[in-house]
Design a protein around this ligand. Structure first.
Ligand SMILES: Cc1cc2nc3c(=O)[nH]c(=O)nc-3n(C[C@H](O)[C@H](O)[C@H](O)COP(=O)(O)OP(=O)(O)OC[C@H]3O[C@@H](n4cnc5c(N)ncnc54)[C@H](O)[C@@H]3O)c2cc1C
Length: 552
C-alpha cells in the first residue's frame, strides 16, 4: 500500500480542517476524508453560533469586565468537577486550554481574518458559590459571521494548501476501519458513497459504490461526537441524570453518528468518560427542519419563569442560562421529558436568541443595520417571531387562564392548574416593588443589568409577568435537545491516542469532539460554553502540529 499522503485526517469538520491546515503549513502532505459531500464542509461548526470562550479579551475589557486566567481556571474546575483517575489527561488539557483562551487564541484567529461581535455573552451563570459551577463573568464571544465565519477561516487556508498540492479532500469516503500493523495505525479503509446533491445538513444517502484503502504514517480521527445517534445517547445516559428521555429533539445533523468511536476502539483505542454529555433543556421542534427531528436551542436571558410539567417552579438556582445539567437532572426527576417557560412579549423581544447560524441572519450575514434593528424593534428578531407564530411549542394568549388552557391542550394531559401557576407568578411579581428582594431569580435579573452587555441587549427591564402592558403572555414547551459529547478517546497533549494498555498507539491521533475536545473529556462533567469550537481549534492545532513533527 503506497502512501498517498504523510497524514490522513478523518473528518472535514472544524477540528479536521484545523489539523489538516497545520500539517500542510508544516510542509507535509495531508489527505482529508469525509463521509459527507463537499457541500457539508465544516461539519457542525457551520451551524453553530460561532461562540468562543475567551479570557481577558479586549471585548471584555471594553465592557468593564475584569477577567483573568486564575478566575477562569477557578470557574473551569468548579464546573468540570474532575473526580476520576481517568481525568488525568482531561485536566491537563483543560488547564492548557484555559491558558490558550487567555493568551494566544484571539490573536491567532484575528491574524487569519476572524472577527468578533463586540457584546460578550454571559452563558452558564451558575448561581452557586465562587467555587461552584458557572462563569463568574461574561466570556461568550460570538464570531462576526457566526459558524460560517469561523469555518471560512480554515476552509480558505485548506483551499490554498490544496492549490499548493499539500492538501487534498476525498468527500463521500466513509472510513469503516483503521488499518493496523503490529499495533501501529498505518492507514484507513472504508466505503465510497454515491455522490449526492442534497442541501448541507440534510441526511445523505448511504448507498455504497466502491471501497478504498489508503495508507499514511499517521491518522488523525476528527469525526465528531454521538449527538445525532439517539440510541447511543440513551445507551450512554448516566444514572445521575435520571432515566434517559423517551423523547428528544436532535440538535446536530445525522452525520454526528459516533461510528468512528467504536471503530477506533476496535483498533485498540481507549474511550473514557463515555457517560459525560452536554445536552440542553431548552429545545424547540424546528417548524422548518433541515435534518431529521431537527431541534433548535433557545439561548435564554435570565427572566423567563421556569416550570416543570406539573407547573411547579424550578428551584434556585435553576434559572434560564444558569446550570444546564442541574436543570436536566431536575427535569428528568420530575418524571417528564419536558418543562415550560412562561414569559412576556417584553422578555421574548430582548432575551430570546436561537442557537444556530441560520437563526441569526443579522450576525451570520454581518449586517450592522439588522443587528441594530434587533436592539430597537418592538418585535423579537425575525426568526424568533417566526417560531412564535409557527412553532408547535409556542402558545401566545392575553390571559393566564387562556395560556394554561393552551399549555394543557398542547400536551393533552391536563397536568397544569391555572390557579396554582397564578399563585407562583403573583408571588414573584410582588417582589418587584423594591430594588432589592428575597427571590434569587429577581436578584439575578438585577445583577445581570449591572453588566452593560446584558442591559443593552440581553436582559429585559424587570417588570411584572402579569402586567398586560408587557403582554401578550407566552408559554414555551421546552424539549430535551441532544448536542455535545464530553467524553471521548483518551489523548495526551500531543493528541496521541492511548491504547487500552495505557501506551500511545503509534500513528494514531484524535482531535475535536471525538476526543472529548482534548484528553478524552477536558470539560469534565459540565461546560462553560463556547469551549467546544475552542476545543476543536486547540486540539486540532495540537494534533496537526504533533503529527507533522512525527512524520519526519
Ligand atoms: C447548532 C449548533 C450550535 C453550536 N454552537 C456552538 C457555539 O456557539 N460554540 C461552541 O463552542 N460550540 C458550538 N457548537 C458545537 C460545535 O459546533 C461542535 O462541537 C464542533 O463543531 C465539533 O467539531 P468536530 O470537527 O469535532 O466534529 P464535526 O463537526 O461533527 O465533524 C466531523 C466530521 O467527520 C465526518 N465523519 C464522521 N464519521 C466519519 C467516518 N466514519 N468517515 C468519514 N467521515 C466521517 C462527519 O461527516 C463530519 O463532517 C454548536 C453545534 C451546533 C450543531
Amino acid at each position: 500500500m503506497a502512501d498517498e499522503a504523510d497524514v490522513i485526517v478523518v473528518g472535514a469538520g472544524l477540528a479536521g480542517l484545523v489539523a489538516a491546515t497545520e500539517i500542510a503549513e508544516a510542509g507535509k502532505r495531508v489527505l482529508v476524508l469525509d463521509q459527507e459531500g463537499e457541500q457539508s464542509l465544516g461539519g457542525q461548526a457551520f451551524w453553530s453560533l460561532g461562540g468562543l470562550f475567551l479570557v481577558d479579551s479586549p471585548e471584555q475589557r471594553r465592557l468593564n469586565i475584569r477577567d483573568s486566567f486564575d478566575l477562569a481556571w477557578q470557574d473551569w474546575q468548579g464546573t468540570a468537577g474532575f473526580d476520576r483517575d481517568e481525568d488525568h489527561w482531561p485536566k491537563r488539557w483543560a488547564e492548557a486550554y484555559v491558558a490558550f483562551a487567555a493568551s494566544e487564541k484571539r490573536d491567532w484567529l484575528c491574524a487569519m481574518g476572524h472577527r468578533i461581535f463586540p457584546v460578550v455573552g454571559w452563558a452558564e451563570r451558575g448561581g452557586y458559590d465562587a467555587l461552584g459551577h458557572g462563569n463568574s463573568v461574561p466570556r461568550f464571544h460570538v464570531t462576526w459571521g457566526t459558524g460560517p465565519g469561523i469555518v471560512e477561516v480554515f476552509a480558505r487556508r485548506a483551499r490554498e494548501a490544496e492549490k499548493r498540492g499539500r492538501l487534498s479532500f476525498r468527500f463521500r469516503h466513509r472510513v469503516d476501519a483503521l488499518v493496523t500493523v503490529n499495533g501501529a495505525v498505518t492507514g484507513v479503509s472504508g466505503a465510497i458513497l454515491e455522490p449526492t446533491s442534497i442541501v448541507r445538513g440534510q441526511s445523505s444517502p448511504r448507498t455504497v459504490i466502491g471501497d478504498f484503502t489508503l495508507g499514511a504514517q499517521a491518522v488523525i480521527v476528527a469525526s465528531g461526537g454521538i449527538g445525532g445517534n439517539h440510541d447511543l445517547v440513551r445507551q450512554n445516559w448516566p444514572a445521575r441524570l435520571g432515566r434517559a428521555p423517551r423523547r428528544m429533539v436532535a440538535g446536530v445533523p445525522a452525520h454526528v453518528d459516533g461510528r468512528m468511536i467504536a471503530i477506533s476502539e476496535t483498533a485498540g483505542a481507549r474511550l473514557i468518560n463515555r457517560d459525560r454529555m452536554w445536552h440542553y433543556v431548552e429545545g424547540l421542534e424546528n417548524w422548518d427542519p433541515i435534518w431529521p427531528n431537527h431541534g433548535i436551542r433557545i439561548l435564554p436571558g435570565p427572566s423567563s419563569m421556569w416550570f416543570d410539567a406539573r407547573g411547579r417552579r424550578l428551584p434556585a438556582p435553576l434559572y434560564p442560562g444558569y446550570d444546564t445539567l442541574g436543570q436536566l437532572a431536575h427535569i428528568m426527576a420530575s418524571g417528564y421529558d419536558y418543562s415550560w417557560f412562561i414569559l412576556t412579549q417584553s422578555i421574548i423581544k430582548k432575551e430570546f436568541a436561537l442557537s444556530g447560524s441560520e437563526q441569526n441572519p443579522d450576525l451570520t450575514g454581518k449586517s450592522w443595520r439588522q443587528v441594530l434593528r434587533r436592539a430597537t424593534n418592538k418585535a423579537a428578531p425575525g426568526p424568533v417571531e417566526a417560531f412564535k407564530r409557527q412553532g408547535r411549542d409556542f402558545i401566545v394568549r392575553d390571559t393566564l387562564e387562556d395560556l394554561v388552557a393552551g399549555m394543557n391542550a398542547l400536551v393533552g394531559d391536563g397536568l397544569l392548574d391555572a390557579g396554582e401557576i397564578r399563585r407562583q407568578i403573583e408571588a414573584r411579581d410582588r417582589e418587584l416593588d423594591n430594588p432589592f428582594t428575597k427571590d434569587s431569580q429577581v436578584m439575578g435579573i438585577h445583577n445581570a443589568r449591572n453588566y452593560l452587555g446584558d442591559k443593552l441587549i440581553r436582559t429585559a427591564k424587570p417588570h411584572r409577568i402579569l402586567d398586560p402592558a408587557h403582554g401578550p403572555l407566552i408559554a414555551v414547551r421546552l424539549n430535551i435537545l441532544t448536542r455535545k459529547t464530553l467524553g471521548g478517546l483518551e489523548t495526551d497533549l500531543d493528541a496521541r491516542v492511548f491504547g487500552t494498555n495505557g501506551q500511545p498507539i503509534e500513528g494514531l491521533y484524535a482531535a475535536g469532539e471525538v476526543s472529548g475536545f482534548g484528553g478524552g473529556g477536558m470539560h469534565g462533567y459540565r461546560a462553560l460554553e463556547g469551549t467546544f469550537l475552542g476545543g476543536c481549534l486547540f486540539s486540532g492545532r495540537n494534533a496537526g502540529r504533533a503529527a507533522a513533527r512525527a512524520v519526519g
